[in-house]
Design a protein around this ligand. Structure first.
Ligand code: NPW
Ligand code: K
Length: 564
């Protein structure tokens, strides 16, 4: 588990190191530039074999300062280096000014314009050192076009991306807000008229082109620690984190030893040596050998409620997930009309008829049922009837609410928030999230024009605080937050990219995984985090061709590889 930083936290760490006298800003810049060159050569060993041509785009801040160091280091290795600079030398920080002046003695500095960017031979490497963590507003369009113009050298508009070309971004792709992972967009003009129409066109263009096509990168070299925006964005290419001497232990994936603080944002990147478990990774809790008892009831009994005939697949998937992740027993609550259908498809899972709210209340008299799951294939009517029964009561049990159990409260989310308790887990995808938290979704989806912009982390935290329980907001990067602010991101991007996870029923299995862990007594936040992480691990382990049924079946292999 690694703590992710905001841009402000990163600045504070840098400032503290400089003020303590441990290091100077210039030394940090030198290490950053050196780290970029080393990371580029590690990523693309062919570039290290012989000198090539590079174009370095330098901006007006310290990101640009790093760029001048990169230019010098490549030149020292015999490369042909072009430097294009946006800004005024006199306005550079003293450190960036120094690296600029050293470069100026070795090579030219041309203005960073589209025309200049288009002039020259096609390079093997483009270094984007225009803006880093100090970006506060959308970058000038001219700069996005200049970035693109370098890529078009020698090949024109036809297919610039087909000709091999390497792009490395210093600290982040320029234009990316490191707190939110959004590319910042130009401000909307306040006046209406022709300008407005022009703006709409340019705005749409920014959205379509600037971030995805013009400013895309193959590799992002991040200093010290990943920022939240790197993990929330899908635009960093590969990410390499470089140690610049601000605390090397922080680079280790499992650096987070202390109890978690509510203001921390954690990336779920557990990496445990085989056979070991740690305090923060519930490996020990998952391993039945360390459990308190040997009886199936010692590992909990999950109840998963299912819906009408023809729609029972989702609940069956959830039940299978709950059983595989280690719940001692799993019961499916079914309508009598669907009993035959369900019975013909399951073996180790038990069945209980649950006709209506009253029947459910009777079933819940059995206090061995210690975790519940409502939503997958339940039907919104049945969900509306059941959720108050399950969540109300004197001693409500840990409960996962997914799919229909969330949609059922569209238009009246306050009714739901009123009955939720702190051992519930809500697992909305973006559509369900917008139904329950329309105002939060609107803020999240509004074009980001200023940094730090409102992020999926902010949105999930706000939702969890409002709902009073854990919220797991699904997506390629799943954000999980508790009402007290603890937050984590489970990424299925970059080196954990698992696009085949976007398959029917995969969310139902996730709901089942969480329910199974709740049944085993794991607290709601850890259950949601562990389940989300294992879910992606199962997809990665299985690979392409995955369908939802494969996810639970892959768990034993994933567990074995974890040494459980
Ligand atoms: N932290 C660390 O430990 C280390 C950090 N290092 C490096 O420093 C980087 C952060 O540097 P930074 O703070 O100078 O910010 P950076 O991103 O270069 O740009 C700020 C400049 O851009 C300007 N500007 C902003 N938006 C703009 C826009 N849309 N259009 C036009 N201008 C705009 C802004 O002007 P202003 O907003 O003040 O008008 C200001 O002049 C960091 O990413 C890393 O690469 C390493 O050297 C070593 C260790
Ligand atoms: K950059």
């Amino acid at each position: 588990m690694t703590e992710l930083l905001t841009a402000a936290q990163m600045r504070a760490i840098e400032q503290a190191a400089i003020e303590s006298g441990e290091v100077t800003g210039l030394e940090l810049m030198e290490r950053a530039g050196r780290g970029v060159v080393e990371a580029v050569f590690e990523e693309w060993p062919d570039l290290a074999k012989a000198p090539h041509r590079a174009v370095v785009l330098c901006g007006p801040g310290n990101n640009g300062g790093d760029g001048f160091v990169v230019a010098r280091r490549l030149r020292d290795k015999g490369w042909t280096v072009e430097v294009l600079f946006f800004g005024e030398a006199d306005k550079l920080s003293p450190d960036a000014r120094k690296t600029r002046d050293v470069w100026a003695e070795m090579g030219d500095i041309r203005p960073l314009t589209v025309e200049e960017a288009a002039t020259g031979k096609r390079p093997a490497l483009l270094i984007d050192a225009m803006f880093g963590t100090g970006l506060s507003r959308a970058i000038p369009l001219e700069l996005a076009n200049a970035h693109h113009a370098v890529r078009k050298r020698d090949v024109g508009d036809s297919h610039p991306w087909l000709v091999p070309f390497h792009i490395a971004a210093v600290d982040c792709p320029s234009g990316l807000d490191c707190d939110s992972g959004h590319f910042l967009m130009p401000e909307r003009p306040t006046e209406t008229g022709d300008d407005d129409r022009n703006f709409e066109r340019s705005w749409a263009w920014w959205q379509d082109d600037a971030s995805r096509r013009l400013l895309r990168t193959d590799l992002t070299i991040v200093f010290h620690r990943k920022k939240i925006g790197h993990v929330l964005s899908e635009s960093c290419g590969a990410i390499r984190v470089v140690d610049i001497g601000l605390g090397a232990e922080d680079l280790h994936p499992a650096h987070l030893k202390a109890p978690r603080m509510p203001d921390q944002v954690i990336e779920l990147d557990f990496e445990l040596p085989k056979g070991r478990s740690s305090r923060i990774w519930p490996g020990r809790d998952l391993d039945k050998r360390f459990g308190l008892g040997r009886h199936k009831y010692d590992h909990g009994h999950a109840l998963i409620l299912s819906g009408p005939p023809g729609q029972t697949g989702a609940a069956r998937l959830a039940a299978r997930g709950a059983l595989r992740i280690g719940a001692g027993l799993v019961t499916l609550g079914v309508l009598s009309a669907a009993q035959q259908e369900v019975a013909s498809q399951i073996t180790a899972i038990m069945l209980k008829q649950v006709k209506d709210a009253e029947a459910l209340a009777n079933v819940l008299q059995d206090d061995r049922l210690n975790a519940l799951c409502l939503g997958p294939g339940l039907g919104v009517e049945r969900a509306r009837e059941f959720v108050p029964v399950v969540c109300g009561g004197v001693e409500p049990r840990p409960t996962v609410l997914d799919a229909d159990a969330l949609t059922a409260f569209e238009g009246a989310p306050e009714t739901l928030f009123h009955i939720l308790h702190n051992t519930c887990v809500l697992t909305p995808h973006a559509g369900e999230f917008a139904r329950l938290f329309p105002d939060i979704a609107e803020k999240l989806n509004a074009p980001a024009t200023k940094g730090p912009a409102y992020s999926k982390v902010d949105a999930t935290r706000e939702a969890a605080a409002r709902a009073g329980c854990v919220v797991l907001f699904k997506g390629p990067e799943t954000v999980i937050a508790a009402p007290d602010g603890r937050c984590s991101i489970n990424s299925a991007q970059y080196d954990r990219a698992a696009p085949w996870l976007a398959t029917a029923g995969s969310g139902d299995v996730l709901a089942g995984f969480i329910t199974g862990l709740l049944a085993r007594g794991i607290d709601p936040m850890s259950a949601a985090e562990t389940a989300a992480w294992l879910h992606v691990e199962c997809a990665l382990s299985f690979g392409p061709g995955l369908i939802a049924e494969d996810l639970p079946e892959e768990l034993p292999k994933v567990f074995r590889n974890l040494g459980l």
